[in-house]
Design a protein around this ligand. Structure first.
Ligand code: APR
Length: 239
């Protein structure tokens, strides 16, 4: 079914959340028991308030995420998406993920709605460094300012270019495939609706049901994304 939709679609956009990277070994945020927000309070570790007033907790949270992302990498599902882009089966990926795995797997048209963990930048002068600094406990800029990951913190605006490009792509898609997102965080969760409203078919692949399943043409719950992508890849290959 997903393979059939891919095959006939003229312009397919994939939209990924943290569930895309759990099979690489990175936890997501809201899965019961394993999600990061089960044990951490995002307001205390991932917000502008945390950066400004609880820098120690902020650093501990992001240092371990930087190290965890460096210790793993894209899985076969990321590689299938990169291959599909080369084959012209998909036209781009809108991602909420900050691990950089889509780009590392070879995907080209990747819109990083929530920024990236791959770099850190100075909160004072804006100078950008590789995230290696965090791995070596170097948390301050040469200018003395605080270094923070180039991710969107709670309380910050989304990067304008990625946002505008994501609207543009969502408005043009005739197939919009969500992979591994609870679709609970605005404004990132608006893109499936933008696509649906202008006539796209909406597919949601997510272990648990989401609030947006009622708008979807196809919902695949209780299945791992890696397996679903592998199966769809075999289906399109055999066409
Ligand atoms: N296969 C299929 N679904 C999966 C898998 C998997 N292997 N692993 C996890 N999931 C599903 C979970 O059931 C969950 O509903 O992925 C979803 C991930 O949802 P969240 O943890 O809420 O992650 P996400 O939707 O990306 O969060 C959005 O919230 O905290 C902020 O900035 C953060 O970008 C993040 C945003």
């Amino acid at each position: 079914m997903l393979g059939d939709l891919l095959q006939v679609s003229k312009r397919t956009i994939v939209y990924t959340g943290a569930g895309m990277s759990t099979e690489s070994g990175l936890p997501d945020f809201r899965s019961a028991k394993t999600g990061m927000w089960e044990t951490e309070d995002p307001a205390k570790v991932a917000s502008t308030t945390a950066l400004n007033e609880q820098f120690e907790q902020f650093l501990q949270f992001y240092k371990q995420r930087v190290i965890a992302a460096k210790e793993t990498g894209p899985h076969a599902g990321h590689e299938i998406l990169a291959k599909w882009e080369k084959q012209g089966l998909i036209n781009g990926i809108i991602t909420q993920n900050v691990d950089g795995f889509h780009t590392m797997a070879g995907s080209k048209n990747v819109m990083e709605l929530h920024g990236t963990l791959r770099n850190v930048h100075c909160e004072t002068c804006g100078k950008v460094y590789d995230n290696e600094r965090y791995a070596h406990d170097e948390f301050y800029c040469d200018c003395g300012g605080k270094l923070r990951p180039s991710v969107v913190l709670f309380g910050e605006m989304l990067p304008e270019e990625a946002f505008i490009q994501s609207v543009f792509e969502s408005e043009r898609a005739d197939l919009f495939i969500v992979l591994g997102s609870s679709l609970t965080v605005t404004p990132a969760n608006q893109f499936p609706l933008i696509a649906k409203e202008q006539g796209a078919k909406l597919v949601i692949v997510n272990m648990e049901p989401t609030e947006m399943d009622r708008y979807a043409d196809l919902v695949i719950n209780e299945r791992k994304i890696g397996e679903v992508l592998n199966e769809a890849d075999k289906a399109v290959k055999n066409k």
